[in-house]
Design a protein around this ligand. Structure first.
Ligand SMILES: C[C@H](N)C(=O)N[C@@H](Cc1c[nH]cn1)C(=O)O
Ligand SMILES: [Zn+2]
Ligand SMILES: [Zn+2]
Length: 482
């Protein structure tokens, strides 16, 4: 395998500019799934990705996912699925890869130093742009790996099945049913032997990792309304009950400054930490400086590495995201908003069942609101939820990936869990019945979801080497299942 990989790496080095141009083209399409007005761009991005792969000879399809109940005016972006090489080689393993082509919202005025939808490469090789690390860079990693094999003139080592979606950042609407249907006998993903997802990040900036666990995410909204329209606070302040005042008081009782969730019963749903598990955290390559560098300040909750990692992977957290309908512009508008919708989410961990979490959340919010004795009206609802996932890192899928990391980066990867959520990971595991591996490309300082999101050129280029090498090692890895 070694000479083949060397020529593959050489091809990648020779195609570096092509690969960066491809990422720039992808970043230029503002495929923001959370904004209805951007839906045509999300669809455009899906078709662009499909045509990139078709040009390389993959057999691709854009599968429509229909509409969601209550959102009949909006069509979901298609699932872009495909196979490379176009004709299956029965003598080879089949690896299913997943990624998403939608991105989080971004405006220059949020505080970006550059235009978010224009890839800007600085002198240190940092490539800034929305979606560069989450998840356009990694998705293009698979596309680029195909092209580099062709340029190097070496045989593709596996049958590659691809599934790329356009609604991941909005809870993967519509995808679960599609995956479940396509994993059935005779369907597109039927013959997958293992699954690989590249959609998370290293813990620091130097050491790669393989990820075997994710937190789930249950996302809620609290709507409080009262007045028939927005009111003048000079005229009605002190005479009308104000939805925003009620909302702030209810939301203020969800979580404290040190991240402790104040909803009774939540912590009882969490699986106890065993001694063996506790010991794992010591050996992970992570320093508090990694946290401070990635959050841009020293405002971490815990002083030590172990408790910090556990806060990210092992315990639930509750984050307050924003208030729809509230005045948020600069200046001093003196309005009383008539209706406000507070948004928060809970990252869930084993053994929290989403339905149990919902019940506790509803009971707590309703009780807190009742305690205010307000004449306003409350509605609390779940926007979307995805369950946590923990897999076995002893499977051949992981051992192959570990060899690939060692080959490309010259170090053994850490085995990590992740605080973020990729709801379809569990769906792929259950629907295929096969092992799922998370193989990240980007690093802890990439600022996914934040302003100035970036992917380092080195992580992109070596990441393409890594994804292709993984396919070579996984093709040969002996079948030991754990
Ligand atoms: C880890 C992945 N790249 C990601 O960013 N996932 C999102 C998924 C999500 C959950 N609800 C809405 N989107 C995340 O963890 O926030
Ligand atoms: Zn992502
Ligand atoms: Zn994301």
């Amino acid at each position: 395998m070694a000479p083949q990989l060397e020529s593959y790496y050489k091809a990648i080095d020779g195609l570096t500019d092509t690969f960066i141009d491809r990422l720039a083209e992808a970043v230029a399409i503002p495929s923001i799934s959370a904004e209805e007005a951007r839906r045509p761009d999300v669809v455009k991005m899906g078709h662009w990705l499909k045509s990139q792969l078709e040009t390389l000879g993959a057999s691709m399809e854009a599968r429509e996912l229909g509409k969601r109940p209550g959102k009949e005016h909006l069509t979901l972006p298609p699932a872009i699925i495909g196979r490379y090489p176009a004709k299956k080689d029965e003598s080879k393993r089949t690896i299913l890869v997943y990624g998403h082509y939608d991105v989080q919202p971004a405006e220059k005025s949020d505080g970006w130093n550059t235009e978010p939808f224009k890839l800007s490469v600085d002198s240190k090789g940092r490539m800034y742009g929305r979606g560069s690390t989450d998840d356009k860079g990694p998705v293009l990693g698979w596309v680029n790996a195909i092209q580099a094999h062709q340029k190097a003139g070496i045989e593709f080592p596996v049958n590659l099945l691809m599934c790329f979606e356009g609604m991941e950042e909005y809870g993967s609407e519509g995808l679960d049913d599609f995956i479940i249907a396509e994993c059935k006998p005779g369907k597109f993903f039927e013959d997958a032997d293992a699954v690989c997802i590249s959609d998370n990040y290293w813990l620091g900036t130097e050491k790669p990792c393989l990820t075997y666990g994710l937190r789930g995410c249950s996302y809620y909204s609290i709507e409080i309304s009262g007045p028939g329209q927005d009111l003048h606070s000079g005229v009605y302040g002190g005479t009308a009950q104000e939805p925003m005042t009620d909302l702030v008081r209810v939301m203020g009782g969800l979580v404290d400054t040190n991240g402790t969730i104040l909803i009774p019963g939540i912590k009882d749903l969490v699986a106890p930490v065993t001694d063996d598990e506790q010991a794992l955290y010591k050996n992970i390559a992570f320093e508090m400086s990694n946290l401070y560098e990635s959050i841009g300040s020293e405002t971490g909750i815990f002083p030590d590495k172990e408790r910090t990692l556990m806060g990210r992977w092992r315990y639930p957290s509750l984050s307050i995201h924003g208030v729809e309908g509230a005045f948020s512009a600069p200046g001093a508008k003196t309005v009383i908003p008539a209706k406000v919708i507070g948004k928060f989410s809970i990252r869930t961990v084993p053994n929290m069942e989403p339905d149990d979490v919902d019940k506790l959340v509803y009971a707590h919010v309703e009780k807190a609101f009742a305690g205010l004795k307000s004449k306003n009206t409350l509605k609390v609802s779940l926007q979307h939820s995805g369950k946590w996932w923990v897999a076995s890192p002893k499977h051949w899928n992981f051992t192959a990936a570990a060899k690939a990391v060692e080959k490309v980066w010259g170090v053994k990867p850490d085995l990590t869990r992740e605080g973020g959520s990729i709801p379809v990971t569990l769906t792929f595991e259950q629907a295929t019945g096969k092992n799922v591996l998370l193989l990240p490309m980007g690093s802890s300082t990439d600022a996914a979801h934040s302003i100035n999101e970036k992917l380092d050129k080195k992580n992109y280029i070596e990441g393409i080497k890594l994804l292709g090498s993984y396919l070579h090692y996984v093709a040969e890895e002996p079948m030991s299942v754990a």
